[in-house]
Design a protein around this ligand. Structure first.
Ligand SMILES: [Zn+2]
Length: 65
């Protein structure tokens, strides 16, 4: 198994350390952004839409089972 290819952040495409969720990656910087940006802020809304992709994939997987 050779899975050393870095996964880039779902939001900023950076590859800093952070969360890995089901093959998707969110760097700690973007994770903090989501925590501190006020709801309704356009950047927050953008991040939120990106994060939804993780769960969209999850739903797809569930449907196949
Ligand atoms: Zn990021």
């Amino acid at each position: 198994m050779d899975r050393t290819e870095p996964v880039s952040c779902l939001i900023c495409n950076g590859n800093g350390p952070g969360l890995d969720i089901r093959g998707k990656h969110i760097c700690s910087r973007c994770e903090e952004l989501l925590l501190y940006l006020p709801v309704g802020n356009s950047l927050y809304e953008y991040c939120k839409e990106r994060v939804k992709l993780i769960w969209a994939d999850l739903n797809t997987l569930v449907q196949y089972q």
